[in-house]
Design a protein around this ligand. Structure first.
Ligand SMILES: [Zn+2]
Length: 139
């Protein structure tokens, strides 16, 4: 079911905040607001990259219709809406959790590093654009 073409070792490191609750009842899942999740996932990815380890995160949520835990198929990607893999219904992705998938693949690592660089460059370009717009006040 995981068709990614690269050998991947699964190391699930689900974020949990200490109260040691057992999963089972859907209200017991540790779900976090999307913004918080994304920030935390980005941190995990950069931290691992600094250590020379490539990893992906897959975001998941609790389906409000059937209580399943569907996951976005694309790594490192969040959409505003999620389709439940169990019941097929859609719902707003407002909170959830993520799974970290480690990989020893050197090529993937390089890709991830390039991706980080690209994001940095894009951010810089955006900042430049902002600056230019402000500079052209025209008086
Ligand atoms: Zn469902």
């Amino acid at each position: 079911m995981w068709d990614m073409g690269t050998p991947i070792s699964f190391a699930t490191a689900e974020r949990q905040d200490g109260n040691g609750s057992t999963e089972g009842d859907m209200s017991e899942y540790n779900d976090y607001p999307v913004r918080e999740l994304v920030e935390s996932a980005e941190e995990v990815i950069s931290e691992n990259l600094r250590k020379g380890v490539a990893c992906h995160v897959f975001f998941k949520a609790t389906c409000p219709w059937c209580g399943a835990r569907p996951m976005f198929q694309e790594p490192n990607t969040v959409y505003p809406r999620m389709e439940c893999s169990e019941c097929g219904k859609e719902f707003d992705f407002v909170k959830g959790n993520y799974m970290v998938v480690m990989s020893n693949d050197g090529e993937l690592l390089r890709e991830m590093l390039e991706r980080e660089e690209r994001i940095d460059r894009e951010r810089e370009r955006e900042r430049d654009r902002e600056r230019n717009r402000k500079g052209n006040g025209g008086g």
